[in-house]
Design a protein around this ligand. Sequence first.
Ligand SMILES: *Cc1c(COP(=O)(O)O)cnc(C)c1O
Length: 393
Amino acid sequence: MTIDPYAWIEQSLATIHRADWYRAVQALSDRPGATVVLAGREVINFASNDYLGLAGDERLIAAAIAATREFGTGSTGSRLLSGHRQLHRDLEKAIASLKQTEDALVFSSGYLANLGAIAAVVGKRDLIVSDQYNHSSLKNGAILSGATIIEYSHCDVVALKTQLSQQRQNYRRCLILTDSVFSMDGDLCPLPTLLEIAEEFNCMLLVDEAHATGVIGKNGAGCVEHFGCTGKQLIQIGTLSKALGSLGGYVAGSANLIDFLRNRAPTWIYTTGLSPADTAAALAAIQIVQQEPQRGKQLWRNVDYLKNFMQQQLPHLKLLPTQSPIVCFQLPSPGDALRVGKHLKEAGIFAPAIRPPTVPTSRIRISVMATHKTEHIEELVAALKHIGIRFDF
Ligand SMILES: *Cc1c(COP(=O)(O)O)cnc(C)c1O
């Protein structure tokens, strides 16, 4: 009998299908925007992280084309070898200026920024305390670091303090990890309290502003700005690929932190520098965020309109608490979430089902854009009312 060492893959796939956990890609055509073409049909887009509608903006496209013509398509190496351009430094200075930090460092993705920063600042002798709903990149960064990891219940500062008072003295350094906007729920971390706790227990605090940058705070600098914590000692992470409409990630913080990461973050040192096109597009996006605050204001008007309209029209819908453009409602099973997502798509609305293992409970996740029109939001609510008859919401 021959044994196939890969036979388990087919069995695992079958298990994933049976649980309604199976996922597959869907191709969009044309430029991203408030409406997109999905499987040949125009649908209203409530599925993207392009909150300000910049990923299809002419100015970002022009910046990317100009940088490609000037510097080529690839950056050709690590930033420490052949991969560094003045454009990277310009972008890092723009991020530091938006965040009001001493410096910033650009990574090839937000995921890599988290892996690299966490693995660089803590190790085997150290402790990580991490919110249970943190993004995969924070969780895997914690594992990569080799530190001892304790998860605390979502946003539960009492549980966090209890853990620290019992465990902190057994470790050299300690790092608290949190998303600022939780990406699959839309709520915010209690940042001022986390900062107080970090100070009390001599911990570093890393906050991931992926969904907050360009979206939250008066100048779009994120939750740190929103909570009045600008200038505090913190490790701020973010992405260039959500509201900033490009690709890449960053760490913002003190000049010493950034200098240290350039020497010790493996996912920065041993990977190719961000492409000229992505770098230039992100730089153009930051300039737009700073020069056109009306985009952010329109986003929040749309968020408020949707939330109020949903509460009024769909009072039985189980909305998760949110303070961001991410609005989710819960469904009893992954199968129900898939079916509601499918009915929405048939009604011309693109809003995906989010299921385990990404989240503990199944839901539909709606993300609002600055470029949505009132009619787009009204069509979404009308479709939900129609579908809700069958699903009891
Ligand atoms: C999207 C996301 C990331 C990853 O950013 P990429 O640039 O897409 O790799 C990291 N953290 C959080 C909280 C995110 O939502």
